[in-house]
Design a protein around this ligand. Sequence first.
Ligand code: UT7
Length: 313
Amino acid sequence: MNTGILGVGRYLPEKVLTNADLEKMVDTSDEWISTRTGIKERRIASDEETTAHMGAKAALNAIEEAGLTPEEIDMILVATVTPDRSFPSCACDIQEIIGAKKAVCMDISAACSGFMYGMVTAQQFITNGIYKHVLLVGTEKLSSITDWTDRNTCVLFGDGAGAAVLGEVSDEFGILSFELGSDGSGGKHLYAERDKIFMNGREVFKFAVRQMGDSALSVIEKAGLTKEDVNFLVPHQANIRIMEAARIKLDLPVEKMATTVAKYGNTSASSIPLALAEEWENGNIKDGDVLVLVGFGGGLTWGAVALKWGKGR
Ligand code: UT7
């Protein structure tokens, strides 16, 4: 048996912050934000929409899609850079909200690559036969650590959550290969301190353009495939120019790349599961499709997974 995705889900706050709204807050323009990032608007969570509450909504959605109940979840992994508090973990808070009483819970700290790290962690527990169902949640309230006076960063980020339940699938489906990497020497380019995000945009951009394409190609090769075998790309939704670089490296047409960045901005660890769940809901991913999921983020960290969509049973 292999490890695959049994169900996906998502949650987005209702409040929309447009580029026109940002024009009134900092010295920026819709034209600058659109052409440099591809972002048009992003969602902003209310006080009640905590990181755990958004994550729980996405989680329940994914558990239902998987045909399971919260009591059947053995482990909860949460990827986030914006937990509501330093402890207990956001995973424990989500456990309490959804009533996943028997789950073992922990958070994963790998910034925007968190969902990729989480998928590979879940795979280890499932493939080794230790746990049957692992709930993986990416949930972020980036608005709570955004410096709303800094035009270099405040135009980029948004709030939201995405989730997946991982479990056993037939041999020909599921995770085919992965790549994870970290480089602590790049920590100075993207970090949060005293609850505010700092970023050297140009350095992160250069790193991301190279890494996204390289990691995507690497997992394809490790899976014994070629780029012609890939049906769909789900990149971290940081900036359309970075995403396009990866798409072009894989020779994929525009409609074969998940693109939610215009509507939701960069939602860090949530962006990959959010985009995946939305493409699945829209019928753009079908059983047997080969998907490449690829992300990068603070650390610096990066990760990619090649998987064949479907359960086969
Ligand atoms: O999840 C990972 C998170 N981080 C990222 O993915 C960020 C990666 N980096 C990027 O996406 C891009 O570097 C940015 C979108 C952040 C910036 O785009 P860029 O093409 O690299 O612009 P730049 O940094 O070269 O800045 C160009 C100019 C600067 O003015 P000067 O120095 O040339 O006079 C900035 O001050 O644009 C200015 N600028 C802005 N102007 C209007 C920076 N932010 C803004 C803004 N509105 N919001």
